[in-house]
Design a protein around this ligand. Structure first.
Ligand code: SF4
Length: 257
């Protein structure tokens, strides 16, 4: 069995730094982030048409000389019991696999890493790993699980990026520095600008958060703790760990979910 696929972008240059990728969207999420831009996938996935796996597979087979890998996004991909089978299918097609995750299921991530079914993990760190997390994730969060996922990526066995959508409604600047300290030594930390417009909580749709210049200044401070840090779309600032094998060589891609 494979998870249902509710969205497919056949080619993207912005969701995996340095790669031409296809991207699929899986339904459902265990979080209810008020800032989420994927309300349809999170709240009403059954209303969305499913895309048969064979259609994705056939496309990847046809384009295998051109497409480097597949980004598996959601919703939350790791809440699906069949995620390993799905990654395995892509691996059999010689595709690299990236997973975008909220980090709530560290055992799933660990198993994917151990079985070499994933090449890159991008993990949202929503807030400092304390009581703040609940407000930003919109649910009670198992903070120990978030801590385990962070620790797993910090081991460096899989290429990774941490990222935070910075909305001043929930987070102040000291919160972001606090997150950077928590992910100390990480290969990359990316600050994402908050964008309103279609948030799961519509009262945020017109909210104005930090300016881009404020975020760039924050990224410079965070670079003290990680190998590289930047605002999404800007060149990375090297941190004190820059002698390590940081992969953040060019402005990275990605989208605010
Ligand atoms: S932003 Fe991500 S983790 Fe949060 S509700 Fe949306 S899909 Fe789930």
């Amino acid at each position: 069995m494979l998870p249902q696929i509710k969205g497919f972008i056949n080619q993207t240059l912005i969701d995996w730094e340095g790669k031409i990728a296809s991207e699929i969207f899986l339904p459902g999420c265990n979080f209810r982030c008020p800032m989420c831009h994927s309300a349809h996938l999170v709240l009403n996935p059954s209303t969305l048409e499913s895309i048969p796996f064979y259609a994705v597979r056939d496309y990847l087979r046809e384009q295998k000389d051109w497409i480097d890998g597949v980004v598996i996004c959601g919703g939350e991909p790791t809440m699906h019991a069949e995620i390993e089978s799905l990654c395995s299918e892509f691996k059999q097609l010689d595709m690299a696999v990236k997973i975008d995750t909220n980090g709530a299921y560290p055992e799933v991530l660990e198993s994917l890493v151990d079985k070499r079914l994933v090449d890159f993990i991008a993990m949202d760190v929503k807030a400092p790993v304390d009581d703040t997390y609940r407000a930003v994730a919109g649910v009670d969060v198992d903070l120990a699980a978030i801590g385990k996922s962070i620790a797993l990526l910090q081991k460096g066995e899989v290429d990774h990026e941490f990222r935070t959508t910075v909305c001043s409604f929930f987070l102040d600047k000291s919160d972001i520095i606090n997150i950077a300290r928590t992910i100390d030594g990480a290969r990359a930390y990316v600050l994402q600008e908050f964008k309103g417009g279609s948030c799961l909580d519509p009262t945020l749709n017109n909210y104005q958060s930090f300016s881009r210049d404020e975020l760039k200044a924050l990224a410079a401070e965070c670079a003290e703790y990680v190998q590289a840090c930047c605002v999404r779309g800007e060149a990375p600032r090297r941190g004190k760990f820059e002698t390590r094998n940081s992969k953040l060589e060019t402005p990275p891609g990605g989208r605010q979910k």
